[in-house]
Ligand binder design. Structure first.
Ligand SMILES: *Cc1c(COP(=O)(O)O)cnc(C)c1O
Length: 379
């Protein structure tokens, strides 16, 4: 069998469609390179690096118009480390979790294994949908996921309401790893909105960032702080220590300077072009192209049934039984169009395509034309 060669003019200008690590803008890399001699390899305790952290923290406050008293904290270890930190510093006794994919389930597993916490309340839903939180007096934290990256389901960030319509008293902790910077959010509806910058922020992994409400700050300071009043936590996972350092525009231990730089640049790129409306608008445009194409296609269909639950940052598209998605993704990969494979554990005949702000909607359009071209020739 001869190997298919996609005509060059059909290929996207940039072939990175992975859901994390994801496309890093070449302009941002060029800026890093231009500034490298005075920045990379310099102390994170000195003003050059601390200025980048300051720009990053302020830029995020500006991006979401965080109300007075909200703070941006950061630390090393990415979202996975933040989950562990939250079991010490944000969940007091017992949490409620919406579990509807690999990532939301992983936080549940952390909490279940934590001996300092009660058994969590877990509300599940089928892959491709999301459950709703329920106000519950017996929990002090609600764990939501703004965008479930493994299935391509997004859900609104909203405090659970009790029967009289009042917001529940527990903290609302939102895993926004693949949503932050790409989906709109109202800060009054969350207490901790946490993420890592290798998705919408077009940077590298290994860092966590979190927007915290005054109630979350109060809890972190009460539970943490090195053990005297609070409960014991490993120092590298102690959110009170992380917050103390963040206020000085530092991290507790040495961060990746390139990651900080690229993240700060992405936030400024958003803010200089119109803020969250600009960033989310690009994701909206890409989502319309992708789902519109799938709905018109004879061999592709959006995996998520309800249109308003289809993610605008990570699209999942099922292919008809006769079209092998792994084969299609493999042909794309040979042409430098990479990481369109579905989430491995979901086990579907599916393409998963990142729609993050850095990705040009025109490239999403080009990708759909390439898939059409391939499938026509495989038939
Ligand atoms: C990518 C992702 C994570 C994991 O992030 P790490 O930085 O690799 O720990 C967690 N949650 C969601 C929703 C994600 O998309």
């Amino acid at each position: 069998m001869t190997e298919l060669e996609i005509p060059r003019e059909l290929l996207p200008a940039d072939g990175r469609f992975g859901s994390g690590p994801s496309k890093v803008r070449p302009d941002a890399v060029a800026s890093l390179s231009a500034e490298a001699a005075g920045y990379l390899g310099t102390s994170h305790r000195q003003s050059t690096v601390r200025e980048v952290v300051r720009r990053l923290r302020e830029g995020l406050s500006h991006l979401w118009s965080l109300p007075d008293g909200y703070e941006v904290a950061l630390g090393n270890g990415g979202t996975t480390a933040f989950w562990d930190a939250a079991t010490f510093g944000l969940i007091e006794q017992r949490s409620q979790h919406l579990s509807f994919g690999e990532f939301s389930a992983k936080f549940v597993a952390c909490v279940k294994a934590a001996p300092q916490l009660g058994d969590p309340e877990v509300i599940t839903a089928e892959a491709g949908t999301h459950p709703e939180p329920r106000a519950d007096q017996s929990v002090d934290a609600y764990a939501l996921t703004h965008n479930e990256t493994s299935t391509g389901v997004m859900m609104p960030v909203r405090r659970p309401r009790n029967t009289s319509g009042e917001p529940a008293s527990g903290l609302v902790l939102v895993d926004a790893t693949s949503a932050a910077g790409g989906l709109r959010v109202d800060p009054s509806e969350f207490d901790a909105y946490y993420f890592a910058p290798q998705k919408c922020f077009g940077s590298d992994g290994g860092l966590w960032l979190c927007a915290l409400s005054p109630a979350a700050v109060e809890r972190i300071e009460r539970l943490g702080g090195g053990g005297e009043r609070g409960r014991w936590a490993p120092h590298s996972l102690d959110l009170a220590i992380a917050l103390e350092n963040s206020r000085l525009d530092q991290t507790y231990n040495t961060p990746s300077l390139a990651t900080l730089f690229l993240t700060a640049l992405q936030v400024e790129w958003f803010n200089e072009n119109g803020g969250i409306e600009f960033a989310a608008g690009r994701c909206d445009a890409s989502a319309e192209i992708l789902y519109g194409w799938a709905e018109r296609s004879s061999f592709a269909v959006p995996f998520v049934a309800k249109p308003d639950e289809r993610s605008h940052t990570v699209g999942t598209i099922d292919l008809a039984a006769g079209v092998d998605a792994t084969h299609v993704a493999g042909i794309l990969r040979r042409h430098g169009v990479v990481d369109t494979e579905s989430y491995r554990k979901l086990g579907r005949n599916q393409l998963r395509i990142a729609l993050f702000p850095a990705i040009d909607p025109a490239d999403v359009e080009a990708l759909t034309r390439c898939v059409d071209w391939i499938v026509e020739r495989l038939a």
